[in-house]
Ligand binder design. Structure first.
Ligand code: ITT
Length: 218
């Protein structure tokens, strides 16, 4: 349904009209994620607030399931339109490791540890995935995922970005995400893909979704 032009009241008092920017809140303690997401969503005229709360993270191989569980538990406490993002690096020759454990593995093995593991493995192919779960109002939750395929570089390069950016590149002969300005990373990144899917959906709906509508509906 198209916006009627009348103010639309979202939970948490965020009123929007056709001319206003719509607002959602990202639940994250990661300031890099927030900055990247803000830049992507602002291109769609959506403004992004931050809710700085730890996410409840269940153990699962499925990032959408992890994000969804976290969104459900946050939605019980927060009366605003929220998005929760869970992301990770999946290395093919390591059977998808570190995947959902990316944050923990970065703190323990570090980038050098990952480079050593990949050196011994067969192949450097890897991908980043970002999964977003959103809750706007009522009982409906939706998920969106984005993925970028690439490789683990032979050595660390670049000081931009965060996390695994200095060792992830689109190809072995191309620069790492850590060498890209944020605007360039946002052209290719898993997070940007997932957020663009979310934005397209968010802007095409009036969010007056009743519980009788399937959460899986596009
Ligand atoms: P929040 O849970 O507070 O949002 P987090 O950093 O813990 O922040 P995740 O649980 O989603 O986020 O962990 C994902 C980890 O994967 C993150 O800490 C990075 O190490 C890595 N990661 C995710 N996206 C990345 C990206 O775009 N570039 C580099 N590393 C990334």
């Amino acid at each position: 349904m198209k916006p009627s032009g009348k103010p639309l009241r979202l939970q948490g008092g965020a009123a929007t009209s056709r001319s206003d920017r719509k607002k959602v809140w990202l639940v994250t303690e990661n300031s890099h994620k927030l900055r990247e997401a803000r830049a992507v969503l602002s291109n769609h005229n959506i403004s992004l607030g931050q809710i700085r709360l730890p996410k409840v993270e269940i153990q699962s191989q499925d990032l959408e399931e992890i994000a969804l569980f976290a969104a459900r538990s946050i939605a019980e406490k927060v009366d605003r339109p929220i998005i929760v993002e869970d992301s990770g690096l999946f290395i093919s020759a390591l059977n998808g490791f570190p995947g959902p454990y990316s944050s923990y593995v970065l703190q323990t093995l570090g980038l050098d540890g990952i480079l050593r593991l990949v050196e011994r493995a067969r192949g450097r192919e890897a991908y980043f995935q970002s999964s977003i779960a959103t809750h706007l109002e009522g009982s409906v939750f939706k998920t969106f995922s984005g993925r970028v395929n690439g490789v683990i570089s032979r050595r660390k390069a670049g000081r931009r970005g965060f996390g695994y950016d200095p060792i992830f590149a689109l190809r072995l002969d191309s620069k790492t995400f850590g060498q890209m300005p944020e605007s360039e990373k946002n052209r290719y990144s898993h997070r940007a893909f997932a957020l663009r899917k979310f934005a397209k959906w968010f802007l095409c709906n009036d969010h007056s979704i009743g519980p009788d509508r399937s959460p899986a509906e596009p």
